[in-house]
Design a protein around this ligand. Structure first.
Ligand code: TYM
Length: 344
């Protein structure tokens, strides 16, 4: 197997309401990986338009996700932060992958089934082809590691399948052009930590989501301290005290979720949280969770508000990141065109 330099890529959709799940499942990982890897973080605006968007809201949300990355500690000087639509190679490679991926593979994607719902005939073609664009995002940089929440696992498996099929289908051409026996790495998902699937605060069987109609189901990164306190206090729980062992959380999805959130925010694991809070009731635990959440999220929200008031700085970050991303993407895309046999 070929050796690729390690490179991290991940993306977040600019669809509003960035929440604690995005933060704990993905963005905190983005921050820590900066110490060990070359990282590329993308605001995936082409993915956002797979469902209808109001142009003014879309522009605001693109800037807001960028502000969130920076406020959480992503460094746009040392690493690359940009928005997808400024690097045309994403869409170009996605088309190639539309011709590599099989209908049967896409038909298995659970996220499409959930998002399209019963009215599948009326879903956009883009929503169906969403995962091939996601594979292109990663592979146009030949990225090797992809930090994501648990809900993206199936899409990552598809990206690996696409990379593998491309490598197999074009193996002779890849070798002839001096790329060895394969062109794309098989990107590895990094799904790590105690909060890879943060659940709704109203219903422990549903994941926390930007699109849940109830704002009480999630903690948004820009919520005020009072709002965070209200949402945590209203979070659904059960009548029992907290268990002392992780096993005691099974079958108690709401308790498990709050303990996972506390663990992730405090940088520990669930056993550490239960060692401290086992046997205590929820009102006591929720007070501690409010305090911790406000302490961690308060400064992020404040920094996001500050950055949001300076859109020209954000736009400059995105332009700068896009031009650096484009250099890598253009080189790989030229190689792909040659491998395919396109004449230039
Ligand atoms: P998106 O915008 O829905 O979510 C951004 C990131 O947040 C994670 N996440 C969660 N993690 C834990 N608990 C939750 N409740 C929760 N909700 C969301 C997601 O797993 C994701 O990591 N398809 C992607 C965006 C994308 C992408 C990519 C990601 C496009 N191209 C290439 C990686 C690589 C998405 O819709 O994420």
């Amino acid at each position: 197997m070929a050796q690729y330099p390690q490179r991290v890529f991940s993306g977040v959709q600019p669809t509003g309401n960035l929440h604690l799940g995005n933060y704990l499942g993905a963005i905190t990982r983005f921050v820590s990986l900066q110490e060990t890897h070359e990282c590329i973080y993308c605001v995936v605006d082409l993915h956002a338009i797979t469902v209808p968007q109001n142009p003014a809201d879309l522009a605001r949300n693109i800037r807001e996700v960028t502000a969130a990355f920076i406020a959480c500690g992503v460094d746009p000087e040392r690493h690359i932060v940009f928005n997808q639509s400024q690097v045309a190679e994403h869409a170009e490679l996605a088309w190639v992958f539309n011709c590599v991926a099989r209908m049967g593979w896409l038909n298995r994607m659970t996220q499409f089934k959930e998002k399209a719902g019963r009215d599948r005939e009326n879903a956009s073609v883009g929503l169906y082809a969403y995962p091939t664009l996601m594979a292109a995002d990663i592979l146009v940089y030949r990225a090797t590691h992809v930090p994501v929440g648990d809900d993206q696992k199936q899409h990552l498996e598809l990206a690996r399948d696409i990379a593998q099929k491309f490598n197999n289908d074009f193996s002779a051409s890849i070798a002839e052009r001096g790329h060895g026996d394969e062109f794309f790495p098989l990107p590895e998902p990094l799904i790590q930590g105690p909060a890879t699937r943060v659940m709704s605060l109203r219903d422990g069987s549903k994941k926390m989501s930007k699109s849940d109609p109830s704002d009480y189901s999630r903690i948004n990164l820009m919520d005020s301290a009072e709002t965070i306190a209200q949402k945590v206090r209203k979070a659904k729980t059960d009548p029992d005290a907290l268990p002392s062992e992780v096993d005691g959380l099974s079958g108690r999805s709401e308790a498990d979720n709050l303990v996972g959130i506390y663990a992730a925010l405090s940088g520990g694991g669930k056993p550490d949280v239960l060692r401290e809070y086992g046997g205590r009731n929820f009102s006591e635990f929720k007070n501690a969770l409010v305090e911790l959440a406000v302490q961690k999220l308060g400064p992020i929200g404040a920094e996001m508000r500050r950055l949001n008031s300076d859109p020209s700085y954000i736009d400059q970050v995105l332009r700068n990141g896009s031009s650096r991303a484009r250099v890598i993407a253009a080189e790989n895309m030229t190689a792909v065109r040659d491998i395919l046999g396109f004449v230039r």
